[in-house]
Unconditional design. Sequence first.
Length: 281
Amino acid sequence: MSSLTNLRWTLNGPKIIPNLGVTRYGNASHNGAVLYQGPSKIQPDVEIVVIVTGLRNASSNTKTGPLLQTHILVADDKPTQAVVSGLDSAVCGGCMHRRRWNAELQRWERSCYVNIGKAQNAIWTAFQNGSYPDIDWDVYNTIATGLFGRLGTYGDPASVPIEVWDNFVKPLSGWTGYTHQSANPRLREVLKYCQVSADSLGDAQASSKAGLGSFRVLGSNSPPKQDWEILCPASEEAGKTVQCHECLMCDGKSGNNIVIGAHGTGGGYAQESNRRPLKFD
């Protein structure tokens, strides 16, 4: 067990906050905690922070259900500001769903489904105010045993040291995760927990051939679902027959090739990538 208090520097100076603990009812005394704070594996000159939420109050996300959510954020830049400045590359890499300039239409577009102006901004502000203790893995194991988790509710799990995810999933009964960093062999170790985020049918085909699970978003110009692909059962197209915590096909180890219609705040901007497909040999 770690000490009873934790000193963290915040925007308002140093602040003493209680460590993550367990109440007499067996629930977490904090709803969130810091899993990691340090250099990004994608962009090592930028410090990032990983915060898990849902330790006390289950997530109300209607698609995923009560998964423990992990938010990967630039430590010193508000998420909405990081998107505009481009510093979100430290947590998102070269993801095609980041903010980009459409020269033809003369406008900025962002096809990411995450509305960072809500939850992520609020979580970052709470972190800066010292609201989240550093994780105590012994306590976490007690709280999380038998629960389900999500690697990268926002941000790419490949930006985080793999040891963090090893500890995160250890007590869980299942998880979901996705990564856009599969083109970089140095970052592929996260594929043991994550689906390949396929930006094209070619990416999905390459993933399937390599025995890897994939997750393909169908944009306005995307080829339709193939016979060997599975329509996400939590999607609107599938009638939301289950929630993610009940399905867990996107766990990186099952080899499922999933498709889903573009969704979220930026879904209307989603397009099929025209770059060369991924290679895994």
